[in-house]
Design a protein around this ligand. Structure first.
Ligand code: NAD
Ligand code: IPM
Ligand code: MN
Length: 365
């Protein structure tokens, strides 16, 4: 048997609910495939603040760095919203991404045939959408300096952030994007604001330079405002999208809704080496936390990405994906993806049905 150390970071809000489901699914799919997991659960975000006074304790980061892969639920909540910046749950998440050097965030948005009705877009627009947002994750305005609060010449208080990208940061995310596009349908759309922003002008120039290494990939460029519009006008025009940290954050939430719900979208964050970080793209959903209403599938699918991209265990990953599809085929839906005629279930029951489907699919093969 292969054995892996997995750091589990449940975090806040619905984080613990969805992580508990994903953990059980990993255990069962792993057992079937002869994989053993050693889970280490560590605090992050608001949970870590309450426990230790900081949003990313040193022990959590070093456990994550020493493991084979990291699975995170979500962080954040009303309770900590007015904390100083260095004591915000969100700061802990950014420190974790920086500490793991996971600069490439893959966010696939796929409209499953079972969920076409859950999309707010017309059936003919949503049907068949299969795109991948490659989001730069450790640079740009999230990390750029100077930043902070100060006063301007008029003595007025200002908040300051800086969008900054270096050539090496752009080149490495561009290469990940071209490699990703090459394994998909060979189309890459780079999204920027090169008509206005210097960081985007350099972005576009370097993406064009790296394109010379990938003559088999068709490269196009689009301004981000147009991209936001095109995503709801005709999302099927996109295969792979590469973009900076903040545009990727926004466009992936938008893309998630094409698929029916943000509760469906997983992600993988990868660096040059070391463990990957796997998390749903949604947040801690404080409005439904603790009510057993959360859709755990984004986290279950993130666990599948962990197996595939983090551990190279593609068979186990496919087992989980097949079980999710089977569960949807059988009509089980959490509230966010519910439509008439389906069976409304909570987070726990959805998890139990996925586990049954993992078992059933074994019987079928
Ligand atoms: P959110 O993604 O938490 O929620 C937005 C809406 O989507 C809410 O109505 C929520 O109920 C719903 N939703 C989200 N995930 C769902 C799921 N799995 N199943 C069903 N419905 C789901 O975004 P927000 O409300 O803007 O932020 C809430 C908190 O989460 C904030 O503190 C924010 O900073 C944090 N956040 C964390 C992450 C992360 O941990 N990676 C990501 C985004 C936001
Ligand atoms: C996400 C979140 C985070 C981000 C926040 C919570 C720091 O929105 O993972 O998409 O902006 O990256
Ligand atoms: Mn986000």
């Amino acid at each position: 048997t292969r054995s892996y150390a997995i750091t589990l970071l449940p975090g806040d809000g619905i984080g613990p609910e969805v992580i508990s489901v994903a953990k059980n699914v990993l255990l069962l799919a792993g057992a079937i495939e002869g994989i053993e997991f050693n889970f280490h659960e560590m605090p992050v975000g608001g949970a870590a603040l309450d426990l230790t006074g900081v949003p990313l304790p040193g022990e959590t980061l070093s456990a994550a760095q020493q493991s084979d892969a990291v699975l995170l639920g979500a962080i954040g909540g009303y309770k900590w919203d007015n904390n100083e910046k260095h004591l915000k749950p969100e700061t802990g998440l950014l420190q974790l991404r920086e500490g793991l050097k996971v600069f490439a965030n893959l966010r696939p948005a796929t409209v499953l045939p079972q969920l076409v009705d859950a999309s707010t877009l017309k059936k003919e627009v949503a049907e068949g959408v299969d795109l991948m947002v490659v989001r730069e994750l450790t640079g740009g305005i999230y990390f750029g300096k100077p930043r902070g609060f100060s006063t301007n010449q008029n003595g007025e208080e200002i908040g300051l952030n800086t969008e900054v990208y270096s050539i090496s940061e752009i080149d490495r995310i561009a290469r990940v994007a071209f490699e990703t596009a090459r394994k998909r349908r060979g189309k890459l759309c780079s999204v920027d604001k090169a008509n206005v922003l210097e960081a985007s002008m350099l972005w576009r120039k370097r993406v064009m330079a790296i394109a010379l290494e990938y003559p088999d990939v068709e490269l196009t460029h689009m301004y981000v405002d147009n991209a936001a519009m095109q995503l709801v006008r005709n999302p099927k025009q996109f295969d792979t999208i590469v973009t900076n940290n903040i545009f990727g954050d926004i466009l992936s939430d938008e893309a998630s809704m094409i698929t029916g719900s943000i509760g469906m979208l997983p992600s993988a964050s990868l660096g040059e080496k070391g463990p990957g970080l796997f998390e749903p793209i949604h947040g801690s959903a404080p409005d439904i936390a603790g009510q057993d209403k959360a859709n755990p599938l984004a986290t279950v699918l993130s666990a599948a990405m962990l197996l595939k991209y983090g551990l190279g265990e593609a068979d186990a990953a496919e087992r989980i994906e097949a079980a999710v599809l089977h569960t949807l085929d059988r009509g089980f839906r959490t509230g966010d993806i519910y439509s008439d005629g389906n069976k409304l279930v909570g987070c726990k029951e959805m998890g139990e049905e996925v586990l049954k489907a993992v078992d059933l699919n074994v019987a079928a093969t």
